[in-house]
Design a protein around this ligand. Sequence first.
Ligand code: JFZ
Length: 431
Amino acid sequence: MTNGDVPVKHPAVKKNIAKHAVVETSRMAWWSKARFGMFIHWGVYSVPAGVYDGKKMPGLGEWIMHDGKIPVDTYQAYAKDFNPTAYDPEKWVQLAKATGVKYIVITTKHHDGFAMFDSKASDWNIVKRTPYGKDVIKMLADACRKYGMKLGFYYSQANDWNNPGGAAAGGHWDKKQDGSFDTYLDKVAIPQIKEILNNYGDVAELWWDVPTDMTKERAAKITPLLKDHPNIITNNRLGGDVQGDLETPEQYIPATGIPGRYWETCMTMNDTWGFKTYDDHWKSSKTLIRNLIDIASKGGNYLLNVGPKSTGEFPEQSVERLKDMGAWMKVNSEAIYGTTASPFKKLTWGRVTTKELPNGNTILYLHVFDWPANHDLIVPGLKNKTISATVLATGSSLEIRGVNEGLSLALYGSALDQNATVIKLQIKGKP
Ligand code: JFZ
């Protein structure tokens, strides 16, 4: 089974693309303009950090309990070593802002069932079971409110490898999993969803994940919890055929976007969501910047992940890349925020994002990845429509010539940005 681009690894997560056109609603307006969010996968799995029983585990950091078939009691012992004394949520939020991120989505409870907040529904949480003993979600929510950063919550509503009865995608392996799934939903998941919806201020996005065993009836027990929170944006992973607002392509960029739906590509900077000490397949800052541009040029949002260490710090490699992205966004963010998809199908030299002006004219942001050797950048079909063309970062003008296949822009002598040079092209009317 595929969803067009890559095989869907979790059959329970079905594609349900609505056929209707994207109707911009006010509740989605901030999200559509944002284009760029930060995912944070942080939990007790950051303690083993990919190593179990002396062995480097090959899979995702946050899946170590499942992949290593770690017994519940053994896994829960990691909580005694979870003491993130270096955690500084204001530092996280300030770095996110400097990067150009407009919202953060953090794991409040992942598949291991460990709540990163003070939950009354399960003692398996950071306040009750760690030496740190503080509600890190509350601390982050306070920091986001202070700095005007929107905050969303990831919640694993079905998979729960510790609370009895939780679904255990991939098979049960410990006696504690012999409760009933519906008891787990009633006693743990639903009360915890109420806690994260009501105890931490405005929730911008609710990121459900892996709806194992979630029937329509079970999903129908959860959706009413949102009726008092009409502005919360949700995704397509609750289960029970609930569409939500967002499609969630994971680790890939849909070749032509996802027509008719809002969509958010979530990606890691390396090969894992949760921190692993030895994962060294880090994507370059240039790749991350070009991913952001590519996604925006197709009308989507980029939810880029950071997996903090058990100390409460972002990995150095993540910080380096976030700072590089922030430096590029500092001069080019107007070509990302509030833009819509490119009017062109495919361009050899890069991507285009679009901004329609109130006066009926249009700005096309040309994100040039590979400037043609002869310096002539051909933009199809725009002859006689151009008002001006400037390098966004410097304001320097470009020579414009009309040629048969469209408009040719020549750039001589300006420093080309290795990540992407952005040309601001103002045209009369629509492209
Ligand atoms: C899920 C989680 O299992 C994972 O740990 C991480 O949180 C990620 C963001 O979401 O992983 C998935 C979920 C769905 C698919 C693939 C991986 N899918 O539908 O192909």
